[in-house]
Ligand binder design. Structure first.
Ligand code: CA
Length: 503
């Protein structure tokens, strides 16, 4: 079999190699590789003069720093980054697709809640107000798991939401609203069934009044260490409350529910050049089916959307939604600028080794995961949705921070696309991992749930893998199946996004 390459758009002047190419061999029919080219990297399809654009996905990834010959390898050292799209001149609501693929099913088996979305798991969630309680609290969690959990077989797990926030922070700083909102919303997470326990020290800056709705701030839901007579008393109090909560949670049962009660998140990590042609478009196809069935799907990662923001803006249903998109982008531009960096700080050495030369190329692949549905709402970090459908939830791209922000926004399952491979998982909601190429799946059979690699070799299509992923989402959400990260209990820490000062 000859060397294969993937060209995405008619106007592209580069393609990516499906396998590593040796110097002097042909790629497809008429391109002769001038040098060794690694797997997934770009080869020039024609001569490109100095200062001329390098085009992939039909967009300019950057400008050639020196002249390039047809058949040359194009890597991250050969491009100058273009200016990011202007945020004040974007067009909104000009590309609203209503022709979405039909889903094979429109229901799932979930745990209904009094309000909002249904749970995909039945979890005793425990949120702390401050890091000071963690030492005692972690021992209590070990005891709950060991002594109590097995008596309540309908409860899946006990999950502690620990964090470094709560005191020693500028609690009234404008941006403190982000970590506070994240914790407020974790108390209400759909997988916690309205029975979340809250553990407080007593003198911290993040008070119970700030964290909880007034009706939830009661002795049935809160343990405050400074109100108890010593370690043994604190432990007894926590164990007693946990048992009461577990009894109530144990009565929850799964019922058949419309997909409008499902809220899932999407993100990628350890991306490569295949992510944007295999794993992410497959996730996009599955998302379009979910949205067609009434579900809510979030995508995130501001720095990975920034360079494709004008494409996302055209899909926003109104100017109001588009304006919030622009505002979230501006906020992040400023946040990065305060740290004396810009979006070019995003790609990792692994991204570059995987063939992604810069943030424009990474962004174009990243936004493919959002499919083609209209974007009905834009959320600030950790906000909860008020609309159903495709939503842009602004978060950092950092895997665990994005995951934690999406959990706060209420996702009950996350789909995670990877090219280079990461064992990532979340404790409060199952994570399904999708890889972009066959080599990754072969290496990590027991860590990757869905392989989008057969798309690179032409053995499968985006529609086929997308449908497979849709079915996997329904099976895992319905509890018929555990994702691999869940089976091995692979969980990253809950990680707050705190852009505000620490004192
Ligand atoms: Ca990420």
């Amino acid at each position: 079999m000859g060397n294969r390459m993937i060209k995405i758009n008619e106007t592209d002047n580069v393609a990516i190699t499906v396998n590593a190419i040796s110097a002097g061999t042909h790629v497809m029919d008429d391109i002769l590789a001038n040098e060794d080219i690694p797997q997934g990297h770009k080869i020039a399809l024609c001569d490109v003069g100095e200062g001329e654009p390098i085009i992939r996905y039909g967009v300019t990834l950057g400008y050639a720093l020196h002249s390039i010959n047809k058949g040359d390898w194009i890597n991250e050292h050969m491009l100058e980054l273009p200016i990011p799209p202007a945020l004040d001149e974007m067009e909104f609501a000009t590309n609203l697709n209503t022709d979405l693929p039909k889903p094979p099913v429109r229901t799932f088996m979930g745990y209904p809640n009094k309000d909002g979305y249904a749970g995909t798991r039945n979890i005793l969630g425990i949120v702390t107000t401050v890091q000071c309680v963690t030492g005692v609290f972690n021992n209590a969690v070990k005891r709950i798991k060991k002594e109590l959990l097995r008596k309540y077989p309908n409860v899946d797990d006990v999950v502690a939401i620990n964090h470094a926030y709560g005191c020693g922070v500028a609690i009234n700083a404008p941006e403190a609203k982000i970590p506070i909102r994240m914790l407020q919303n974790m108390v209400k997470h759909p997988n916690f069934g309205g029975e979340t326990m809250v553990i407080s020290l007593g003198c911290e800056k993040l008070t119970l009044e700030m964290l909880l709705d007034a009706e939830y701030n009661t002795p049935e839901n809160v343990v405050t260490f400074q109100n108890e007579m010593g370690h043994q008393a604190i432990m007894s109090k926590i164990m007693e409350m946990a048992e009461n909560k577990l009894k109530k949670l144990n009565e929850r049962v799964r019922v058949e529910l419309p997909l409008s009660q499902l809220c899932i998140g999407l993100q990628c990590g350890g991306s490569d050049a295949f992510s944007g042609v295999t794993a992410n478009p497959s996730a996009g196809y599955a998302s379009d089916m979910l949205v067609n069935a009434g579900a809510t799907v979030m995508f995130s990662e501001v720095t990975e959307v920034r360079d494709g923001v004008h494409i996302i803006a055209e899909r926003c249903v109104s100017e109001e939604v588009g304006k919030k998109l622009a505002d979230e982008m501006k906020w992040y531009d400023q946040y990065l600028s305060n740290g004396q960096v810009d979006r070019s700080a995003n790609p990792t050495p692994g991204n570059k080794k995987g063939g992604l030369s810069n943030i424009v190329e990474k962004a174009m692949g990243s936004i493919a995961k959002s499919g083609s549905s209209p974007i009905v709402e834009v959320l600030s970090p950790g906000e909860r949705p008020t609309k159903k459908g495709m939503i842009f939830a602004a978060t950092p791209a950092s895997d665990f921070v994005c995951g934690s922000c999406q959990l706060s926004s209420g996702v009950t399952l996350q789909v995670f696309m990877t090219g280079r491979g990461t064992p990532y998982g979340l404790e409060a909601a199952p994570v399904i991992k999708v890889c972009s190429r066959n080599d990754m799946k072969n290496m990590w059979q027991d860590l990757i749930d869905v392989n989008a690699g057969p798309i690179t070799t032409g053995e499968s299509t985006i529609q086929e893998i997308g449908t497979q992923l849709f079915n996997e989402i329904i099976d895992v959400a319905s509890g018929r199946k555990k994702s691999l990260a869940e089976q091995y209990e692979i969980y990253n820490d809950f990680t707050l996004f705190n852009p505000a000062p620490i004192t």
